[in-house]
Design a binder for this molecule. Structure first.
Ligand SMILES: [Zn+2]
Length: 240
């Protein structure tokens, strides 16, 4: 089990908290210590984990600790979003490109034409009401809903069982099903959704997804209980 201690987000003018934030991930302790602050303009931008020599910091650092992007300051990033951002720095949970997810990637309360924010956000019990929901996901799901044939036997509304997932929730889902954790899931980057299906409707939904430009996970991998669709920008895996 994992847990992440919450800590106070400092503004650039507030004093630092005395105790550094500590993260416990699968029994491994990550102590975050304050580095000589790095500034872009007036914004302080990072923490570094030093316990195992493993670099851990705000996602806008690259692996060498070089700041690659920083759209907002700590003080503007809500504490619960920072908690999620820190998960993206944990190699056990997330192995994607480090510079891709920043505070500004998160949205709260914004849905698409057909789907509400609550249908698209992460469903973990401890997950904050923030999510990464890409325009391509909105547009793709809306396209599927718009073109859903009421005669198909599916019903008149797509049932989304999981869209955005925090790295921690994604990890929990896999290990709770005795599957090897998947640190590369596009669900963690806001490109993917799972749609409730069964043996009768799976093929229809898969075709509907492809007609809206989605990568569709093969039936052998997803099973008939859901259709996984995603609009990842790097193109689909072989056979999807
Ligand atoms: Zn999926």
């Amino acid at each position: 089990m994992w847990s992440i201690a919450s800590y106070t987000v400092e503004s650039t003018t507030a004093p630092h908290p005395e105790a550094p934030p500590v993260i416990d991930c699968n029994g491994r302790q990550y102590s975050l210590v304050r580095q000589p602050p790095v500034f872009i303009g007036d914004d302080r931008v990072g923490w570094e984990e030093v316990t195992g020599g493993q670099y851990l910091a705000h996602a806008s650092f690259d692996v060498h600790g070089i700041v690659t992007a920083y759209p907002v300051g700590w003080g503007e990033c809500p504490a619960d979003v920072l908690d999620v951002l820190l998960q993206y720095g944990l190699p056990d949970l997330y192995c994607g490109p480090s510079g891709e997810i920043t505070c500004a990637s998160f949205t709260s309360g914004v849905g698409s034409e057909y789907f509400s924010f609550d249908e698209l956000r992460s469903q973990g019990a401890a997950d904050p009401p923030w999510a990464i929901i890409r325009d391509a996901l909105h547009d793709g799901l809306d396209c599927m809903q718009r073109n859903l044939n009421p005669e198909s036997g599916y019903g008149d509304r797509l049932r989304i069982t999981s869209a955005y997932r925090t790295p921690a929730y994604n990890h929990l889902l896999y290990i709770s099903r005795f599957l090897a954790p998947n640190c590369r899931s596009p669900h963690m980057r806001g490109w993917a959704a799972d749609i409730d299906a069964n043996e009768q409707t799976w093929g229809y939904l898969a075709d509907l997804g492809r007609s809206c430009g989605a990568c569709v996970e093969p039936l052998e991998e997803s099973g008939p209980g859901h259709v996984h669709v995603d609009w990842r920008p790097e193109g689909c895996p072989e056979g999807w």
